[in-house]
Design a protein around this ligand. Structure first.
Ligand code: F6P
Length: 534
């Protein structure tokens, strides 16, 4: 019997126990933990002390601590690509040496950070200008990790943004870039091409479109371009001078890269000091992750709750529900972070995974979601564990009463999910409106099974430091889940097949080759679209 088997039989034995029946003040305290001023409460789950002990046993038997130390030390834990995993080095503002292949990477990291800070200040303060004067707009062209991180953080930290406006173009759909270009003046726009590889077809296509747009209006378009990449030869070939290229190494995974050069647009928007506060928040979570014992370790606990719900209880999806509208892009960001990292069907050694891979992650900010998909969360037949995020205060002091209403809604949702409403209660609540068989029928529609698990991450305010803590918390959660499941969280072979087939389809779509080599459905779709103007 493995610990997984033990956990499954334990779950089978407590499955119908009401969470509410366990939830006194002592449990709330015992089944929550704090890192700095962030509180993680997982008391509204069915995890009890026995389950928690077994889950922590998983951390021990799978060697999470040793793997964590290996990651921070720069060992090549991304085994399928032979790379270190060192995004933590990007936020290591005051730590010692970290070596990859015997070389300390920290001096270069700090040097690049200093160059980014100098450039960001030059842009913000008008020392670096466009050919029409001070930069008013920054367009970040990138996709996946070269877009989602800075786009999410720019939105999250909007109250701190006092620099040029930032726009994020990612989709190869021309509708994306066309709309943004229409809203900008090329003479005062800085275009940042963000691509780790500088080969991603969507990004390079959009970058060429932006260059053509710029060259219609300004004499030297390349002078208003910067690049963020690991591929210096390719940025030079695109015509971007080395002085405006901010490089990083292959030990920074795309979806973990916003702490370094990929964060340049964010830094220009919020300034170097606020960006450093963001890094310090990430670094604080690193320190916590390395030092806190498992019972108090937020990334470990968040990961274990995830494993409990997905691999043990069989709940296949997880809703991320920020009651913080500025975190509107967090679910999309987490979809890449979690699903590209842990959506794998084989273990590190190539054997089939003996349990489900990471969950489907989705969500929207509350309260909006309440008026859309919460119906299914409350009364649908599938259990969907929910993850609430909520701040004690917002940024609009004069509207604090509105923030209090937001918080009341957040807490009400987790309470409703847990408590539900029995048939008797539904009957009693509707006895004044209906009677007899009609009362029975109407009451049945108003029953909530309850006993639906949720966790809550609460914090004082979404400032740059807190955002850094939140993002690093999720990164380490993914790491812990990956180690426990035996997955390599740092490659993404699953995105390759579609890219290859898209390249092969391009001449067919353009009408330069016929579709006879394709399956009947694909050929039919090409035919339909070409008949209709493709
Ligand atoms: O196709 C997936 C992916 O490789 C992601 O992992 C990455 O974040 C994204 O594409 C963009 O890659 P790049 O930064 O190299 O353009």
């Amino acid at each position: 019997m493995t610990i997984f088997d033990d956990l499954k039989s334990h779950y089978a034995s407590i499955k119908d126990r009401r969470i509410e029946s366990m939830l006194d003040a002592r449990r709330a305290d015992d089944f929550s933990s704090q890192a700095g001023d962030m509180l993680f409460d997982y008391s509204k789950t069915n995890i009890d002390t026995d389950a928690r002990d077994m889950l922590i046993g998983l951390l021990e038997t799978t060697g999470v601590a040793a793997r964590r130390d290996a990651m921070f030390a720069g060992e090549k834990i991304n085994e399928t690509e032979g790379r270190a995993v060192l995004h933590t080095a990007l936020r290591n503002l005051d730590g010692g040496a970290v070596k990859v292949d015997g070389e300390d990477v920290i001096p270069a990291v700090r040097d690049t950070l200093a160059r980014m800070e100098a450039f960001a200040s030059d842009v913000r303060e008008g020392r670096y200008t466009g050919q029409g004067g001070k930069i008013t707009d920054v367009i970040n062209i990138g996709i996946g990790g070269s877009d989602l991180g800075p786009a999410m953080a720019y939105r999250a930290l909007a109250p701190y943004a006092d620099g040029p406006r930032c726009h994020f173009v990612s989709n190869v759909d021309p509708a994306d870039i066309a709309q943004i270009l229409r809203s900008c003046d090329p003479a005062t726009t800085l275009v940042i091409v963000a691509s780790k590889t500088f080969t991603t077809i969507e990004t390079m296509t959009n970058a060429r479109t932006a260059k053509a747009w710029m060259s219609e209006q300004v004499t030297d378009p390349a002078a208003q371009f910067a690049a963020l990449s690991t591929a210096m030869d390719k940025t030079a070939a695109f015509g971007i001078p080395a002085s405006r290229v901010f490089g990083f190494e292959d030990w920074v995974g795309g979806r973990y890269s916003m702490w370094g050069p990929i964060g340049l647009s964010l830094m220009i928007a919020i300034g170097a000091d606020a960006f450093r506060a963001f890094l310090r928040g990430g670094q604080a979570m690193d320190t916590h992750f390395r030092a806190a014992k498992w019972e108090e370790n937020l990334p470990a606990l968040l990961a274990l709750v995830g494993i409990w719900h997905n691999q043990i209880c069989g709940f296949a999806t997880r809703a991320v529900l920020p009651y913080d509208n500025n975190l509107a892009r967090l679910p999309a960001y987490l979809q890449q972070l979690e699903m590209e990292s842990n959506g794998k069907g084989v273990s590190m050694d190539g054997a089939d995974l003996p349990f489900e891979s990471g969950p489907v992650v989705w969500g929207e900010p509350g309260t909006n979601g309440q008026h859309a998909f919460y119906q299914l969360i409350h009364q649908g037949t599938r259990v969907i564990p929910c993850e609430f995020l909520v701040a004690a205060t917002g940024h609009d002091e004069g509207l604090h009463h509105q923030h209090q209403l937001l918080v009341a809604n957040c807490l009400a949702q987790s309470e409703a999910l847990m408590k539900g409403r029995t048939l008797d209660e539904a009957r009693a609540k509707n006895a004044d409106k209906f009677e007899g068989a009609e009362l029975e029928r109407q009451a049945a529609h108003r029953v909530f099974t309850g006993n639906r698990p949720s966790v809550t991450i609460a914090y004082p305010k979404l400032d740059p430091f807190m955002l850094g803590q939140i993002i690093a918390l999720y990164e380490h959660r993914v790491f812990v889940e990956g180690v426990v499941l035996g997955i390599n969280s740092y490659d993404q072979w699953g995105v390759e097949l579609g890219k290859e087939l898209a390249t092969a389809l391009q001449p067919i779509v353009e009408g330069k080759a016929d579709a006879t080599s394709k399956d009947g459905s694909t050929a039919q779709l090409v035919g339909f679209l070409r008949t209709n103007g493709l």
